[in-house]
Design a protein around this ligand. Structure first.
Ligand code: BV8
Length: 253
């Protein structure tokens, strides 16, 4: 184990690897922590510097967009630029590798950055949407931008309607497909990995609770404790970009 800080966790790695080696269906839920080592601030950290005077609810809600679309769009454009410059990290690639190593893996992400897909993970369930897509507020479909720059705020090329980022804002429902597929996977899995999430935002945080009720082995990867920690079977306290490659290696053995 190259990273000395992980050595004390060796027995936990062994039991986690054992659970994954014997798994029939692995369900994985990821949060902002998995993209932190790619230079993307976690959600709460995204309110740093220029944005520190805002609360998430003030920027990531339909009411905020209604009230002040310019400010909301500039926050999303700022995050989009960070994401365009970012690369998937070793944790993203290890999860793509794990999907090739176990019989069945369902990857549910709260992240809107598309880095799992860029690392080669197939069929990622985008539970909170994707920040790099635009959605037309009139037709409620993913849309192209009109290149009429006079428009100021981005407009739909088809109907001229105001565009918004194709993400799920607070108070909005999770899209049916990812919501139903994620719920079915949490019900069916025998091993559940909760990675880089504070387990505070619902209904995403409820997926681990479903897996616990179904007696799945629940493994948490996070340098800090969360509301899920007291209920998890195995806690791997470390950075996902360091823990996941070691775990994948051990599953391979
Ligand atoms: C809804 C997209 C109703 C936008 C996001 C039940 C109880 C309490 C509240 C509620 C409840 N049910 C609903 C609510 C309200 C609300 C909610 O949960 N509020 C919270 C704040 C209490 N939920 C909603 O509003 C949801 N919608 O309920 O609609 C409805 C139903 C039917 C019909 C109509 C309406 C919608 C929630 C989705 C909101 N959108 N994102 C955007 O990104 O701009 S949420 C956003 O924040 C992220 O997507 C993510 O989900 C969340 C942040 O959480 P994390 O990803 O966990 O990140 P965080 O920063 O918190 O923590 C990072 C963690 O990583 C830490 O633990 C840290 O230790 C760790 N870490 C750091 N570095 C590393 C690391 N781990 C590993 N490696 C590292 N290197």
């Amino acid at each position: 184990m190259q990273d000395a800080s992980l050595i004390p966790l060796a027995p936990l790695f062994a039991s986690a690897a054992e659970a994954l080696r014997n798994a029939r269906h692995v369900c994985v839920l990821t949060g902002a922590g998995t993209s932190a080592e790619s230079g993307i601030p976690t959600f709460r950290d995204a309110l740093t510097g220029l944005w520190s005077k805002f609360r998430p609810e003030e920027l990531a809600t339909p009411e905020a967009f209604e009230r002040d679309p310019e400010t909301v769009w500039s926050w999303y454009e700022w995050r989009r630029e960070l994401i365009r410059q970012a690369q998937p990290n070793a944790g993203h690639f290890a999860l793509a590798g794990l999907a090739r190593r176990v019989p069945r893996l369902t990857l549910v992400t709260q992240n809107v950055d598309g880095l799992h897909q860029r690392a080669g993970s197939p069929h990622v369930l985008e539970y909170h949407g994707n920040i790099l897509r635009d959605r037309c507020t009139v037709e409620q479909i993913v849309a192209d931008r009109s290149d009429d720059a006079r428009a100021g705020l981005p407009r739909c090329a088809a109907c001229g309607g105001l565009l918004r980022p194709d993400v799920v804002w607070f108070g909005e429902a999770i899209p049916d497909e990812p919501m139903l597929s994620a719920a079915a996977a949490a019900e069916d899995c025998d091993t559940f990995l909760s990675i880089g999430t504070s387990s505070l935002v619902y209904p995403a945080a409820g997926l681990a609770e479903v897996a616990l009720r179904r007696r799945a082995t629940v493994i948490e990867i996070n340098p800090n404790a969360t509301d899920l920690s007291p209920h998890a079977d195995i806690l791997l306290r470390g950075l996902s970009g360091q823990v996941l490659p070691v775990l994948l290696q051990q599953v391979g053995q």
